[in-house]
Design a protein around this ligand. Structure first.
Ligand code: SLL
Length: 215
């Protein structure tokens, strides 16, 4: 087993992301290269939350478009993980995410229904305004018992905080620094675990709420 491929037991680490699409109606001054039956320009995307860069652990994202598109399987190897196109119809797009090799994680797939037309209570107004339509969902990558390498990649940012702390605590030995790292890592795990539990609780409450509302 190569170094870093060992799995960390009893540990779960999550990374939030959003995926979906934006669409705008094409205007009169559209490029002559766009086929005349196309009505909208749209972008389907997968990205981190709050500008988070997913590329440290996401190797590539494959967007599978409707067969009416040439090369309907679009593989994006670096951020931004997105595809921009023009077209006339809505359809389902599969978004398959491949992780970096060190993660030793299976790829995951999400499905997004491309939205071109305004929907919801403001739909009519938005239609006449030619407003941008956005349809996106929040989700989380959940890594159970991640490899050491993946754990390192995912926690790099928080490690980067250490040098500043070090300068405040001058007589700090490597030994105690390592202990401190272990403590931080434990605390991080506990926080992640709490977040996971609370997220589950929220889901349960939401389901109960929906069930009550449907009575
Ligand atoms: C529909 N079931 O009928 C859907 C299919 C397909 C949309 C929508 C292709 C553009 C092109 C395009 O917009 N396809 O490559 O010419 O609504």
């Amino acid at each position: 087993m190569s170094s870093g491929s060992k799995r960390l037991k009893n540990l779960q680490i999550c990374r939030p992301f959003v995926y979906g699409n934006m669409a705008v109606p094409l205007k009169e001054d559209r490029s002559p290269d766009i086929p005349p039956d196309h009505t909208h320009s749209w972008t389907v995307f997968l990205k981190g939350v709050n500008g988070d860069d997913l590329s440290s652990f996401v190797k590539r994202v494959v967007f599978k478009l409707h067969e009416t598109y040439p090369n309907s399987s679009r593989s994006i190897e670096e951020p931004p993980f997105e595809v921009t196109e023009t077209g006339w119809g809505e359809f389902e797009i599969s978004i398959r995410v491949y992780f970096v090799a060190e993660a030793s994680e299976k790829n995951v797939v999400m499905y997004h229904h491309l939205k071109l037309h305004p929907y919801g209570p403001e739909a009519e107004q938005q239609k006449s305004d030619g407003a941008t339509v956005t349809s996106m969902q929040y989700d989380e990558f959940v890594f159970n018992e991640p490899t050491e390498s993946l754990f390192e990649i995912l926690t790099k940012k928080s490690n980067a905080v250490l040098p500043a702390q070090k300068s405040m605590m001058v007589p700090f030995s490597i030994q105690s620094e390592n202990e401190e790292l272990d403590r931080l890592s434990d605390a991080h795990t506990k926080v992640q675990e709490n977040i996971r539990r609370l997220t589950e609780r929220i889901h349960v409450l939401e389901q109960e709420k929906a069930a009550l509302q449907s009575l």
